[in-house]
Design a protein around this ligand. Structure first.
Ligand code: 4AD
Ligand code: MG
Length: 472
C-alpha cells in the first residue's frame, strides 16, 4: 500500500456487488476482479471491474499514470481505495483507487472475447473454459445457482424430503437403451491382468453390469414407501446420439415422488406449482440477470414468461392431442395416428394451439410407456396414467406418471418383458405396505431454456456434454 494514512484505516474486502450497494460509502475498501473496460481521459483512467457477483461493474477511477501498467481488458486486478459517491448518473458509487496491482495479465489481442462486443452464443461455446467471463454466461450461471435454491426451497416449503439418489446404478429405469456403462479404466496390461485375477472370472467391478443413472425415479419410489413426499436433484446421463437443441448426454433433473396419491392431478399440481414458484423467485431475485436475456438474447421473451405465469396450464388427453394434430392444416414429418409417439414438431404445434401456454398431455397409449406406468385398464384404447408437460419454445419439459402399485399387474408386465428377476426388489415394494404413488421428472436445462428463451440447451449448462463433444 502506497500511503501511510491509508494503511491506518481499516480495510474492507468487498465483492463488487457489496461495493455497489453503497453501504460502504466513504470506506476504504479492497476489491479483486477482472477488467471489463478501460477508458482513459487526460488525468484519469476509468476502469469497469466485475467479479461475477452481479451484472453491473464497479467503476474504478485511477490516475492516468497507470495507463501502461497492463490494465487491459480481461486482466485480473486487485484494487484498494476509497468508495465515493459518483458524479455520473450511470452509477451511484465509484472506487477512487490508491493502489492497483495486476494479479494476472491478459493480452487483449489473443483473448478470444473483445471489449464491448456482444458475442454470439455459438462463438462463446467454443471456449467453455473462458465463457464464464462474458456478461451473458456469468448472468446465466447466477440464474442457474438461484434457480437451484428456488427449487430446493419449493420442495422444503411443501414438505418434501431430499434424497441423494445414486449416480451409479444397476437398473436402467426407462427399460430401454441410452445407457453409459460404468467400469474401471484399465490403464495398462499389467493392471488389466491383476484386475482379472482379482475378479476371478467376473468381468464387472461391482460383479454386475452398472450404468450412470438415467433417472432417480426407482430409488425415489423406494423412499415413497417410507416418506409422504421425496425429491432428488442431480445429474442424469443418456447416451443419446443426438446433436439436437434440447438434448444433452449429461443434464440435471429435478424429480419428485408423492406417496398416497391416486390422482394424476396431484402430480400435475406439483409440476405447475414448482414451475411457477421457481420462475417468480427468479424474476424477483435475479431480475437484472433475467432481464439481460429478455432484452438481448430473446427480445420480448418477458411477455411469454408473464403469460405462462398468469394462466392456468392447459390439460388435454393424448387422444385429444391426436385429434388436434389430425385436424390441423400443418403437414408433419412424422405420422399422427393414435399410438404414435409425439415428436418435437407435434409438441410445438400443441403448445401453439393452446395459446402458447404450457399444456399437460395425459393418458398416453399403454404400450408407449415404461413398465412402471399405471394401467388405466380402459379399452379399446388402452392407456396409462402418464403425463408430459409441454412448454413454449422447448416442447417436453416434464414427464411423469402414476406408478403401477398393483402387484399382479406389475408382475405380469415385468414377466412379459423378461424383467421379473431383475426387478424382484421393485416387486417387493408392492408386497410390503404398498401405497398408490406417482411422480415426475423435470429437465433443469430445458426449464432454463424455457424461462430465458435460450434456443440451444448447450448454452444453459456450464460444461455441455453431447455426442462427439466432451471439452475439458
Ligand atoms: O421424460 P423423462 O425421460 O422421464 C424420466 O426420466 C422419468 N423417470 C422421470 C420421473 O418420473 N421421475 O425425462 C424427464 C425430463 C424430460 O421431460 C426432459 O425435460 C428431460 O428430463 N430430459 C432431457 N434433458 C436434456 N437432455 C436429455 N437428453 C434429456 N432427456 C430427458
Ligand atoms: Mg419423457
Amino acid at each position: 500500500c502506497s500511503s501511510r494514512h491509508y494503511c491506518q484505516k481499516q480495510l474492507k474486502n468487498l465483492s463488487v456487488r457489496d461495493a455497489l450497494s453503497s453501504e460502504a460509502l466513504g470506506s476504504h475498501i479492497r476489491i479483486q476482479g477482472w477488467v471489463r473496460s478501460v477508458r482513459s481521459q487526460k488525468e484519469h483512467l476509468f476502469l469497469h471491474v466485475n467479479d461475477g457477483t452481479c451484472l453491473q461493474p464497479l467503476q474504478v477511477v485511477a490516475s492516468s499514470d497507470l495507463q501502461d501498467r497492463g490494465l487491459t481488458f480481461g486482466s485480473a486486478i486487485d484494487v484498494t481505495g476509497s468508495l465515493e459517491k459518483s458524479p455520473s448518473k450511470k452509477q451511484n458509487v465509484e472506487l477512487h483507487a490508491r493502489h492497483i496491482e495486476v494479479t494476472g495479465a491478459c493480452d487483449p489481442i489473443e483473448f478470444p472475447f473483445k471489449i464491448k462486443e456482444r458475442h454470439l452464443m455459438e462463438y462463446t461455446r467454443q471456449f467453455p473454459h473462458l465463457r464464464c467471463r462474458t456478461n451473458t454466461f456469468s448472468a446465466l450461471l447466477r440464474i442457474r445457482s438461484e434457480a437451484t435454491s428456488a427449487i430446493q426451497s419449493f420442495f422444503k416449503d411443501n414438505g418434501f424430503t431430499q434424497i441423494h439418489t445414486p449416480v451409479i446404478t444397476s437398473n436402467d429405469c426407462e427399460g430401454a437403451g441410452d445407457l453409459f456403462q460404468v467400469e474401471p479404466a484399465r490403464r495398462d496390461k499389467q493392471q488389466q491382468q491383476q484386475q482379472e485375477e482379482e475378479e476371478e472370472g467376473n468381468p464387472h467391478f461391482f460383479s454386475v453390469p452398472t450404468y450412470l443413472t438415467v433417472s432417480g425415479q426407482l430409488h425415489l419410489e423406494v423412499m415413497a414407501g417410507a416418506f409422504p413426499a421425496v425429491y432428488t436433484f442431480g445429474p442424469t446421463f443418456r447416451a443419446e446420439n443426438s446433436q439436437s437443441r434440447r438434448h444433452l448426454a449429461e443434464f440435471y433433473m429435478v424429480e419428485a415422488e408423492i406417496a398416497f396419491t391416486e390422482s394424476l392431478e396431484d402430480v400435475m399440481r406439483v409440476m405447475e406449482n414448482l414451475f411457477k414458484a421457481s420462475t417468480e423467485h427468479l424474476l424477483t431475485h435475479c431480475a437484472e440477470d433475467v432481464e439481460l436475456f429478455h432484452k438481448y438474447v430473446t427480445p420480448g421473451h418477458r411477455g411469454q414468461v408473464d403469460l405462462m405465469l398468469s394462466r392456468k396450464f392447459n390439460v388435454i388427453s393424448y387422444t385429444e392431442a391426436i385429434d388436434i394434430l389430425n385436424r390441423s392444416s400443418q403437414t408433419f414429418t412424422f405420422p399422427t395416428e393414435w399410438g404414435c409417439d409425439l415428436q418435437t414438431e407435434h409438441e410445438k404445434y400443441l403448445v401453439k394451439h393452446c395459446g402458447n401456454v404450457p399444456v399437460f398431455v395425459t393418458d398416453y397409449p399403454y404400450d408407449l410407456k415404461p413398465f412402471y406406468a399405471r394401467d388405466n385398464q380402459d379399452r379399446p384404447q388402452h392407456t396409462a396414467a402418464a403425463v408430459d408437460l409441454l412448454v413454449p419454445g422447448v416442447g417436453e419439459l416434464c414427464g411423469g406418471s402414476l406408478r403401477e402399485e398393483r402387484l399382479d399387474l406389475l408382475r405380469n408386465r415385468l414377466a412379459q418383458a423378461g424383467l421379473e428377476d431383475a426387478y424382484k426388489w421393485y416387486l417387493q415394494l408392492r408386497e410390503f405396505g404398498s401405497v398408490p404413488h406417482g411422480g415426475f421428472g423435470m429437465g433443469f436445462e430445458r426449464y432454463l431454456q424455457c424461462i430465458l428463451g435460450v434456443d440451444n440447451i448447450k448454452d444453459v449448462i456450464p460444461f455441455p456434454r453431447f455426442s462427439h463433444s466432451c471439452l475439458l
